[in-house]
Design a binder for this molecule. Structure first.
Ligand code: GDP
Ligand code: MG
Length: 344
């Protein structure tokens, strides 16, 4: 996925050995935060929960805001399963975003666990971002009420700063179609600030970030400047494999697919990493879908995932994928917990 809309400020220097994508901030060395302690505006730091219906563009907004991909994105709803953090550090603020699974009304154990994770993120936040697919509601206003039903009252009662992001404005041919939607949203949440944005191409994102930083509490940075996420690399690697599965199989992919990193070995001399990842599916018929004819699909998933994990780790990676059947894992609480899903 291209990463448009680098956040405001200086571009991170491009590392010579990396040809693809923006250089991750964790490669920068020796650059202490450039804070002017004498300046009048104090350093801001806080947690922002990104919430909203599935597929609104929460994960895309997170990636664009921090200028790096930390959350996986797919055209299918329910791609994000638990709380993903992304950290934006610059000279006057540190914003710790919590991307969440969409707020929806589906049943089932995993869905409950996903919802819990979204509400938990909301509890711990200093400010809230409500992400909505403005293109969808401009065309189909009748969907809005049901989609935001779980959030409507809690957000109206909020005392913390709320930012409503009317996303996907790049899809709107005629921007004046946005106005009735913005008015409706203002009616629901009069205290909230509303921002028309395209998380995909970055339009409106700098203004949104500026407002968020302004609203955060004063305080020292909570994480090192070069840290992109609080999540371990192991988890991010499993997420990358899951994204490639989503993208390769599209509609065919059984929803009940999970990825677990069983082994992660680093060669102390060369630094090369060998990763064994297990793809869990709910039925044996799903196994053959994931593997594909003559192993074609799993091979493609392995190649694209390996490439991206190599970019993330900036070192050579050997990735081995296994497909295992585990019936009904989606309702198995302890398995969900073992995968890192649910309350941490
Ligand atoms: P989430 O479920 O809210 O995290 O949504 P995602 O970030 O996974 O995005 C869902 C889909 O919408 C993906 O196919 C994204 O590429 C797409 N998307 C997200 N933001 C935008 C946007 O601003 N414009 C357009 N055209 N597509 C977007
Ligand atoms: Mg998501």
């Amino acid at each position: 996925m291209p990463l448009p809309g680098e956040s405001e400020g200086a571009e991170p220097p491009q590392s010579p050995q990396r040809g693809l994508g923006p250089s991750p901030k964790y490669e920068l060395t020796g650059s202490a935060p450039k804070r002017d302690t004498m300046s009048e505006s104090a350093f801001k730091c806080g947690w922002v929960a990104l919430m909203g219906p599935p597929n609104a563009g929460k994960s895309t907004l997170l990636n664009t805001s921090i200028g790096q991909k930390v959350a996986i994105v797919s055209p299918r709803p329910q791609t994000t399963r638990n709380q993903i953090t992304g950290i934006l550090s610059d000279k006057d603020a540190q914003v710790i975003f919590m991307d969440t699974p969409g707020i929806h009304q589906l049943r089932g154990k995993m869905n409950r666990v996903m919802l819990q994770s979204a509400w938990q993120a909301m509890e711990g936040a200093d400010a809230l971002g409500i992400i909505l697919d403005a293109d969808l509601y401009a065309r189909r206003p009748e969907f809005l009420d049901k989609d935001i039903a779980p959030l409507k009252e809690p957000i109206a009662a909020e005392t913390r700063p709320v930012f409503v992001v009317a996303n996907k404005v790049d899809l709107l041919g005629d921007k004046s179609k946005l106005l009735p939607l913005l008015e409706t949203l203002h009616g629901f949440w009069p205290k909230a600030e509303i921002f028309p944005v395209s998380a995909l191409n970055g339009e409106g994102v700098p203004g949104l970030l500026k407002a968020i930083k302004k609203a955060l509490p004063e305080g020292e940075a909570q994480f090192p400047e070069d840290m992109l996420s609080t999540l371990p690399m192991r988890f991010m690697a499993a997420e990358i494999v899951r994204e490639k599965l989503f993208l390769s199989l599209r509609q065919e992919l059984p929803y009940s697919t999970a990825v677990d990193i069983e082994a992660w070995e680093e060669d102390p001399e060369s630094g090369h990493v060998t990763i064994h990842a297990v793809i869990y599916v709910g039925r044996s018929s799903h196994k053959s879908i994931v593997i594909g004819h003559a192993g074609k699909n799993i091979k493609q998933v392995g190649q694209t995932a390996r490439q991206e994990i190599m970019e993330l780790l900036d070192r050579k990676v050997h990735l081995e994928l296994w497909v295992k059947v585990k019936e009904n894992w989606i309702e198995d609480g302890s398995f969900l917990h073992a995968l890192g899903l649910g309350i941490q």
